[in-house]
Design a protein around this ligand. Structure first.
Ligand code: ADP
Ligand code: MG
Length: 279
């Protein structure tokens, strides 16, 4: 869903209490940073020399047209794809090329653009599987009663954080689309990440569900570093502390939302197109 109806002010009203969130934003060392990150698929450079920082307490939104390389960038950060070149530094350690399991255990969680839920299982079972899958010595821990308790507790806490506690015993297939996306976030939280990579979490949602997800992401940003891929401009400007525009695999512009909106390069790129960044 793409909304072009931006209010004239640099930041839209529905930013709500964003002022307080922004003032809490950490400006120290990034928890995750990329430098020169590049991914080639044969002759196609899907991600080209991308440098980007993620800070705990901030939502860094990445926008750009279909095919710009946003999902590929997410895959490089999560370890679902190895980069062709460049660095991915997590708290000072280069994690480029590590497996997705390794990177997940180091505190980088992601949701997928397509849903990743076990539909015949209950909501709680889904969260518990996610919690269990990210436990380093899953089998050993799982054989102990306290291991069960720890995993159950983590699953419960993740459901509560994602606003799904009241749905714990429902079969996942019976949830609404919006609740399934919330469950995906809960499954991500069950792995206890500090970095959250969210690829189009509002896709296919109605206005009410979108608003709920925006509130959830806002809440999670207080104690996570979030990279959010999103098309809905109202949500983008309600959430973004930092905004990066990608086109053809490259970073066209990156900065505060106000800086990006006033960038001539960005305005030119969107002229005649969807005019995403115009009032
Ligand atoms: P976005 O998420 O911004 O829409 P993607 O990252 O999905 O863009 O895709 C960027 C480009 O890389 C597209 O041209 C896409 O076709 C291509 N691409 C993505 N994944 C693969 C892959 N596994 N193999 C080959 N080409 C790919
Ligand atoms: Mg994509």
């Amino acid at each position: 869903m793409i909304s072009n109806g931006l209010p004239p002010s640099p930041l839209p009203e529905q930013g709500g209490n964003l002022g307080s969130l922004r003032s809490q934003a950490v400006t120290g060392a990034p928890i995750l940073r990329t430098r020169g990150l590049t991914k080639r698929f044969g002759g196609l450079v899907a991600v080209s020399d991308v440098s980007l920082d993620l800070h705990v307490g901030e939502v860094h939104v990445v926008i750009g047209p279909n095919g710009a390389g946003k999902s590929t960038l997410t895959n490089l950060l999560s370890g679902d794809l190895p980069p062709t070149a460049g660095e991915v530094m997590l708290e000072g350690r280069d994690i480029a090329g590590l497996s997705s399991d390794q990177i997940s255990r180091m505190g980088v969680g992601r949701s997928y653009q397509k849903t990743n839920i076990f539909l015949p299982f209950t909501v709680f079972e889904n969260a518990r599987l996610a919690a269990q899958s990210r436990t380093p010595h899953a089998l050993r821990v799982f054989s102990q009663a306290e291991g069960y308790a720890e995993i159950n507790q983590r699953a419960q806490a993740a459901l509560a954080a994602a606003g799904l506690e009241h749905r714990a015993q429902r079969i996942a297939a019976t949830l609404s689309h919006g609740e399934q996306r919330q469950l995906e976030i809960a499954m991500c939280l069950a792995t206890q990440p500090r970095v959250l990579l969210l690829d189009e979490p509002l896709a296919g949602m109605g206005p009410h569900e979108s608003q709920r997800m925006v509130e959830l992401i806002k809440k999670l940003s207080a104690d996570h570093a979030i990279m959010l891929i999103e098309h809905d401009m109202d949500a983008v400007f309600a959430l973004a502390h930092r905004l990066t525009v990608m086109v053809n695999g490259e970073v066209l512009e990156s900065g505060t939302p106000a800086e990006v909106r006033s960038s001539p390069a960005v305005q030119l790129a969107y002229l005649g197109g969807e005019e995403l960044l115009h009032d």
